[in-house]
Ligand binder design. Structure first.
Ligand code: T46
Length: 132
């Protein structure tokens, strides 16, 4: 499956911690867009789609949430609960996000601008395209 967990180096000192994200260094692509998800209500499940062409790095900068990732053959559940860890998602991968903590802020860096046409929202269509 085209996913990878990336450890982000902390620039810490006695005042606290700082992490820098740099395109084509610890973020392995050109960054065109950043968005973040917060204030998620109880028992909400988001996502339910795949992307045809998008690289994304997801970082839970506060709290936690869980990703279900599915490449059409295998499924993995990955909990993000640290601002020092990034989840890289590339290729045709169905994703759902659930189990959000109240304080969860999920920040996502993407290599493309928002394009609704890049989304596959139908699971059967995703399975069809992922078998090609
Ligand atoms: C993904 C997961 C991890 C925009 O206008 N611009 C944007 O860049 C994005 C991401 C969304 N939107 C609008 C579209 C919807 O009206 O914001 C609303 C919520 O978006 P969506 O329902 O797609 O959110 P999620 O949480 O289901 O999925 C998002 C990303 O869309 C998706 O790329 O991989 O987070």
């Amino acid at each position: 499956m085209k996913i990878k967990l990336i450890d982000l180096t902390i620039m810490g000192d006695e005042r606290g911690s700082l992490i820098a994200l740099e395109q084509n260094h610890n973020v392995p692509f050109d960054v065109k867009r950043v968005y973040y998800i917060f204030g998620t209500q109880d028992n909400v499940c988001r996502g339910h789609h795949a992307h045809r062409n998008l690289k994304q790095l997801a970082i839970c900068v506060s709290g936690y949430c869980t990703f279900l990732l599915d490449d059409g053959k295998t499924k993995e559940h990955i909990q993000l609960s640290s601002p020092t860890q990034g989840l890289l998602i590339e290729g045709l991968i169905w994703r759902e996000m659930y189990n959000f903590s109240k304080d969860c802020v999920l920040m996502v860096l993407a290599d493309e601008y928002y394009n609704p046409e890049d989304y596959i929202r139908d699971y059967q269509q995703f399975l069809k395209e992922s078998q090609k």
